[in-house]
Design a protein around this ligand. Structure first.
Ligand code: CP
Length: 316
């Protein structure tokens, strides 16, 4: 593996999932693979799970992990080509990224979208510039449109929990939220589900919340949440702001929040969420604290997803 920015960097999803599950069974089997190698984890935005799981994964492989909270502690970066830097930005990515390329063997980056300019966000200009100027493998820790480490984790979690000899029905449902959130997790989950092909995949959301078709092609899409949830084996709950009316909140309808009552028509569905979650806004206490939630297991699997990806990159 040369980089990890999306599902397109993975030649065999199931093989990568099995690699992750092998690390889960035996975390230190490759404890010298990353000896004398260093990963730089750059966060332009906040994180808990991604930051900690990537550090643990690197350490399990004998790799040194250095975390740099660029957004809070670093110089304000400029990404525009030809910029006259007489404003707030202090250092151009053209100057910063090659230095990181010298300091590290792998560069991992979190860079959220602005949610103001769709064309700019969906160009993935920020992470692409790190790829262009760092000259070393780049791993997305969540970019403007995608969160591939989360999605790999989600496929791992479905694989290890589904024991029947048929495809599971997996439903991605929009949920309410008080703030406009990126489409990254939903885009990425849809991209991985459709590429994986081992699930009957349904997306449900209110009017005005359709995701970019490049990620949902092949999925069943409906604005009828009740119909979508019927016979579901997995329900992936996530809020996202509108892609069509970019970055806007168009709906605050609390009837979209998943409750135990809504599970009645499902196949005793397991409930997933990437976290962090706003309790009793996005997801009810009764679901989060109930027997159908596999959210903690899902978040724990972030370590094995990161370890499988880093090992694949170290193998080249
Ligand atoms: N799911 C996820 O990426 O969590 P963090 O934002 O805490 O890293």
């Amino acid at each position: 593996m040369k980089q990890f920015l999306s599902v397109h960097d993975v030649s065999d999803i199931d093989a990568l999932v099995q690699k992750a599950l092998a690390y889960k069974a035996n975390p230190f089997q490759d404890k010298t693979l990353g000896s004398n190698k260093r990963i730089g984890c750059l966060f332009l935005n906040p994180s808990m799970r991604t930051r900690l799981s990537t550090q643990i994964a690197a350490q399990n492989l004998g790799m040194e992990a250095i975390v740099f909270n660029v957004g809070a502690e670093g110089w304000a970066l400029e990404f525009a080509d030809g910029a006259v830097m007489n404003g707030t930005s202090v250092e151009h990515v053209k100057d910063a990224a090659p230095i990181m390329g010298n300091y590290f063997d792998v560069l991992a980056i979190r860079t959220f979208p602005s949610l103001k300019n769709r064309e700019e966000d969906y160009s993935e200009n920020y992470i692409k510039q790190f790829v262009k100027y760092a000259g070393i493998p780049v791993v997305s820790l969540e970019s403007a449109t995608l969160h591939p480490l989360q999605s790999l984790t989600d496929v791992i979690t479905i694989t290890e929990t589904f024991k029947e000899k048929r495809k599971p029905k997996v439903v991605l449902t929009w949920a309410p939220h008080v703030k406009p959130l990126p489409q990254c997790v939903a885009n990425s989950f849809a991209q991985w589900m459709t590429a994986w092909g081992n699930a009957d995949f349904v997306v449900t959301h209110p009017e005005g919340y359709a995701l970019d078709e490049q990620f949902t092609k092949g999925a069943t899409i409906t604005t009828d949440q009740d119909a979508a949830l019927k016979d579901a084996d997995y329900i992936y709950v996530k809020n996202w702001s509108s892609y069509e009316q970019y970055g806007q909140i168009l709906c605050n309808d609390q009837s979209w929040m998943l409750t135990s009552d809504k599970l009645k028509t499902t196949n005793n569905a397991k409930v997933m969420h990437c976290l962090p979650v706003r309790r009793n806004v996005e997801l009810s206490d009764e679901i989060l604290d109930g027997p159908n939630s596999i959210i903690t297991q899902e978040a724990s699997n972030r370590v094995w997803a990161a370890q499988a990806v880093l090992a694949s990159i170290l193998h080249g």
